[in-house]
Design a protein around this ligand. Sequence first.
Ligand code: AHR
Length: 502
Amino acid sequence: MSAATGRIDPDASIGAIDRRLFGGFVEHLGRHVYDGIFEPGHERADARGFREDVVALVRELGVSTIRYPGGNFVSGYRWEDGVGPREQRPVRLDLAWHATETNQIGLHEFQDWLDLVGSELMLAVNLGTRGTAEALDLLEYANTAVPTTRTLERAANGREQPFGVKVWCLGNEMDGPWQLGHRSAADYGKLASRTAKGMRQLDPSIELVACGSSGRSMPTFGAWEREVLEHTYDDVDFISAHAYYQEHDGDAQEFLASAVDMHRFIEAVVTTADAVGAARKSDKRIMISFDEWNVWYLTRWEELAVTYGPDEWPVAPRQLEDQYHVLDAVVFGDLLITLLQHADRVRSASLAQLVNVIAPIMTEPGGIAWRQTTFFPFSITSRLARGESVPVPLEVGAFESARFGAVASANAVATVDEDGASVFLVNRSLTEPAELSIDLSRLQNTARVLESHLLADDDHYAANTLEQPERIATRPLEGARVEDGVLHVTLPPVAWAAIRLG
Ligand code: AHR
């Protein structure tokens, strides 16, 4: 048993929590859109073909904004293909994922689905194979109220009122050699700046995200952010960050240190952005849109990579369908804690992705939909984290990580609001339970534990599957209590927990 003590001081608040931290991401990829959210003919599909069981799960997940339609997909996408009469929409080849895109779902249908799940649209424009003109066409179509040929077309297609999309991504992962239209930081920065300026001329109310690095391990990481921001600093609000984590070579302890990487990633991007701002004598602060983050067994996917024949371009094939176990969900919960610990600068984040594709929600064609293990930390944190994010400095033991040196064996963050507080905790030890005592004496309305949730299992590799969709769920955290202004909690090894105090 390891012991840890901590305290929560509301005066040390990191900042107000932006609801956009609990965003998601839907890409036209694999069975995400087709045979995921949209499956006409399924017994739970509504008249428009949307699966109601999936809608209910997305609502329960509590997703604020949803980034769409990619991802790598957007870098070859023509948005016009997805609007207008469905029977006239072109069928295209999607080069990013080597699939056939039928365009039966586009902007209008996706907004219809968002209206059902209660989330807000965050749109990405194609700066891979396209440029400023096409981005302006889409913005005019989506956000303009003045009658023009494009907006009348929108009305004829069923939406008289503008979509009113607030946040726009200027392309996707343009630093990645795999990206269609991949280019240098200077070339991308200039294109992003021109496009942003034009978009603001059309709609000054929008918020814009420039592409940062697609990972901290990219060879251009840091230099990319600096150069892109040198071109776009006055034009954009956010720089993006993307990170995916997985267990390598069976080293679960090292995997449990993943949040340290996310923490260092955020700190490095903030430092770089502020250095660019300082050199420009600017008071403006660029925020981070962590618009792709998750556990993703990328190497497994690369090993499995199916090679298609030249004429094989499947529609909605099974791609990137990772099955998440308890250990994955604990790392995932730790990543959420890390995002909250940086709530002052990470003002938007998108869990990548939502349904079937590296997703918290899985579906079987013609069959059930179920929650993966990662569903629980997301839905509970999204529901309980409100008000201000407040650090929980812990005095706790450490383990040695090959990449990061000494890593604390537990991590925690709190959120404080007018009705009480919530505490989110993770035990990163593979073997030792963690006994935590957290001083609440500086907080109001925290005399009792109102609800508690523990995600842990003796089998760290247990998962929910089609055959056993409810094998893993959270359970109340036995023994969690407040005594004399101190919260006492014992977490088993490899565990994530959330506690609501009131
Ligand atoms: O989320 C899967 C892919 O990961 C996205 O399409 C891309 O942006 C990233 O590399």
